[in-house]
Design a protein around this ligand. Structure first.
Ligand code: BGC
Length: 281
């Protein structure tokens, strides 16, 4: 490896608390991207609801990390695909923090299979969590944002939603048809909600991560062979870290990004640049 181009160069974290006084909820926040986002929002000054559906201990660890820097945090168990559980979670969150200013619709799963072997259960599970789950949480958040309106002391907008999408809202993915369909759905759901609620000064955007080092894609980075193969898809020649997503989420949720509405920010080291065309076509 050329010393001038080391494999991983992480930018320094910002010291300014961009989200001071805001109340956030992150779904699927006990691990992976959700965990890093919850911690980063907390470190940026937001109080955070840490949603999880399994692994309470992990969720409590995330809360501890958030409290360490002075913000409040509460772990709440809820399956985002269950309407009642989502409504109960929002009620508890609002009882705890009085309101919610930021929702990060992050919880997501994969159930991969060749298309002709994909079961209805695999199809439904992925659509239920990745798409219906985002719908249910976004709906509760929008209800709260509309009820409260703008509180200028806290933010110049009435609320922000960040949907965790994927490069696969754009890039077709053989063997993962349920997942790509769910993320394609998230894209137009996000844009349509954004169009509908923009007059209320509510911002709705997505982040489209590429290959990020998390448990969901362990097999794609765990071995050297797998990692080298993955890098054929990444012009920037390093895997993404959850913190790469977390820093952008803080900014996108902040008033620094106030005029950004209805768009997807791809954070993918160039994966959506069609790297197959670099020396082809
Ligand atoms: C998937 C990962 C995959 C990445 C890039 C993500 O949305 O969850 O498994 O590595 O897209 O293909």
């Amino acid at each position: 490896m050329d010393a001038k181009f080391p494999e991983v160069v992480m930018p320094k974290c910002p010291a300014i608390q961009l989200l001071k006084g805001q109340k956030a909820m992150v779904t699927g926040a006990n691990s992976g991207i959700g965990r890093a986002v919850a911690v980063a929002l907390g470190h940026a000054g937001a109080d955070v609801i840490v949603n999880y559906v399994v692994n309470r201990e992990e969720a409590e660890e995330v809360c501890e990390e958030i409290r360490h820097c002075g913000s409040s945090a509460k772990a709440i168990l809820a399956d985002v695909a269950d309407e009642q559980q989502v409504q109960d979670m929002f009620r508890e969150a609002i009882d705890t923090f009085a309101t919610i200013d930021i929702l990060v619709n992050n919880a997501g799963i994969q159930r991969d299979a060749p298309f002709d072997e994909m079961t209805l259960d695999q199809w439904r599970k992925v659509i239920d969590v990745n798409l219906t789950g985002q719908f249910l949480c976004a709906r509760e958040a929008i209800r709260e944002f509309k009820r409260r309106g703008v509180n200028q002391e806290v933010s110049c907008s009435a609320g922000k939603i960040i949907c965790m999408s994927s490069v696969h809202e754009l890039v077709p993915w053989a063997g993962h048809v349920n997942y790509a369909a769910s993320k394609g759905g998230v894209m137009l759901m996000m844009k349509s909600i954004a169009q509908e609620v923009a007059p209320y000064r509510i911002r709705v955007n997505s982040i489209g991560p590429g290959a990020i080092r998390t448990p969901i894609n362990r097999s794609a980075w765990e071995t050297k062979e797998a990692y080298d193969k993955l890098m054929e898809l990444v012009p920037y020649k390093r895997i993404g870290e959850p913190e790469d997503i977390a820093r952008a989420a803080v900014w996108l949720a902040s008033d620094e990004a106030d005029y950004i509405n209805g768009t997807t920010l791809f954070i993918d080291g160039g994966m959506t640049l069609y790297p197959g065309f670099t020396e082809n076509g």
